[in-house]
Write a protein that binds this ligand. Structure first.
Ligand code: MN
Length: 319
C-alpha cells in the first residue's frame, strides 16, 4: 500500500490535496502537512477545502495557500482526500478531476473510494498517517511540516486527553517537538486566540444547557436569531458541544444547531460507552463511535423531544 503511494508520488507532478468541509485541526493540518512536503519535493500542489481554512489555523505554514475554488478545466495527476469518511464531505466532483485518487483516513466506515485506500483506525489523527508516509518516503520532515503534523495530533486527541492519545500519538508529537515545534505557540494559536464574537455567542447559548433527569445526557442549542444578536456565524460554534460533555456523569452530549427555519444539525459526542455513530446513522447521518451528527427537521422543541427519546432508548440498553 505505502509502496504504491510512494510510486504514485515519485512518478507524478501535479497534485490536489483536500479534506472534509467544516475542517478541524486534523483536516487542515494534514492537508498542509502533505501539501508542504510535496512542494518541498518540487511538486505542483493545490491545497483545497470547500470552506477554506478557518482563521484559527492562521499559524499553520501554507495557510494562505488553501483555496476553495479551482479552475474549471484543471486536471491533476493525483488527488489526495484526507480525513473525510466519504468523498462527498470533501467534494464529490474531485473524482473526475484526478487521474488517480487516494483516500487517507482514520475514520471507521471510511468509504472505499479512490484507487488507493490507506485507512488505519488505530491512528489518532490522519496527520499520523501522513507522518508514516513521509517516513517511508525518506523525506526529511521540515519544521513547517512538523508544525502541521503536531497540530493534527493535538487537535484530534483533544490535547492528549481522549482515548486515542496512544503511544504513537505521543511518540510522533515528541519527535515533532524535537524538530523545533513550539507546543506553546501552537496551543496559544489554537486555544487562546478566540474571536470575541465566539464568546458573545457562547454567552447566548449557555442558558440553553439542559441535563436529562437521568443525568446521562446533556445538550446545548444555537438558534438562528442568536447569530444576529452576537454578530457571529456557525463557525463560531466550534467546540460548544464540549460544555454539555464536560458535566459530571454525562455520557452523551448533544448540540442542536439551527441551519434554517425548519431544520437542525444535531451533533453528538460520547464519552466512550455509547456508540453515537450508530445513533447518527439511524438518523441518516454519520460519524464514528465518539463523534457523529445528523440533520433533523422540525422546531427546536420537536427536534429535541425526538432526539432525547432516541438517546434515552440507547442509554436504557447500557449494562
Ligand atoms: Mn481526524
Amino acid at each position: 500500500m505505502i509502496e504504491q503511494l510512494l510510486q504514485l508520488i515519485e512518478r507524478n507532478q501535479t497534485f490536489f490535496v483536500a479534506a472534509h468541509e467544516g475542517p478541524d485541526g486534523d483536516a487542515i493540518g494534514s492537508t498542509l502537512a502533505l501539501t508542504n512536503a510535496l512542494r518541498e519535493m518540487g511538486k505542483d500542489v493545490v491545497a483545497y477545502n470547500r470552506d477554506r481554512a478557518p482563521l484559527e489555523y492562521e499559524f499553520l505554514p501554507g495557510y494562505e495557500t488553501v483555496v476553495n475554488q479551482i479552475d474549471d478545466s484543471q486536471i491533476f495527476d493525483v488527488g489526495f482526500v484526507l480525513d473525510s469518511g466519504d468523498l462527498e464531505r470533501a467534494g464529490g466532483w474531485i473524482r473526475e478531476r484526478c487521474q488517480k485518487l487516494v483516500n487517507i483516513d482514520h475514520h471507521p466506515y471510511s468509504e472505499n473510494f479512490g484507487d488507493i485506500y490507506y485507512v488505519d483506525t488505530q491512528a489518532c489523527a490522519t496527520g499520523v498517517l501522513i507522518y508514516r508516509l513521509l517516513q517511508a518516503a525518506g523525506h526529511p520532515i521540515s519544521k513547517d511540516v512538523a508544525t502541521c503534523i503536531y497540530t493534527t495530533i493535538l487537535s484530534d486527541s483533544g490535547s492528549f486527553r481522549y482515548s486515542n492519545a496512544n503511544p504513537e500519538a505521543f511518540q510522533v508529537a515528541g519527535e515533532m517537538v524535537g524538530l523545533g515545534v513550539d507546543p506553546w505557540s501552537i496551543a496559544s494559536g489554537l486555544y487562546e486566540s478566540q474571536e470575541f464574537v465566539r464568546l458573545r455567542l457562547l454567552a447566548l447559548a449557555l442558558p440553553t444547557l439542559r441535563v436529562s433527569d437521568c443525568g446521562l445526557y446533556a445538550s446545548i442549542a444555537v438558534a438562528l436569531e442568536m447569530y444576529d444578536q452576537a454578530d457571529a456565524n456557525a463557525e463560531a460554534t466550534d467546540r460548544f458541544i464540549n460544555y454539555p460533555r464536560s458535566i459530571r456523569g454525562v455520557e452523551v452530549a448533544i448540540f442542536f444547531r439551527q441551519t434554517n427555519a425548519h431544520s437542525f444539525k444535531v451533533g453528538f459526542r460520547s464519552k466512550g460507552n455509547v456508540d453515537v455513530g450508530a445513533l447518527a446513522r439511524a438518523m441518516n447521518g454519520g460519524g464514528h463511535h465518539n463523534a457523529a451528527g445528523a440533520n433533523v427537521d422540525g422546531t427546536l422543541e420537536s427536534v429535541q423531544g425526538w432526539v432525547f427519546d432516541r438517546v434515552s432508548e440507547l442509554l436504557a440498553d447500557l449494562p
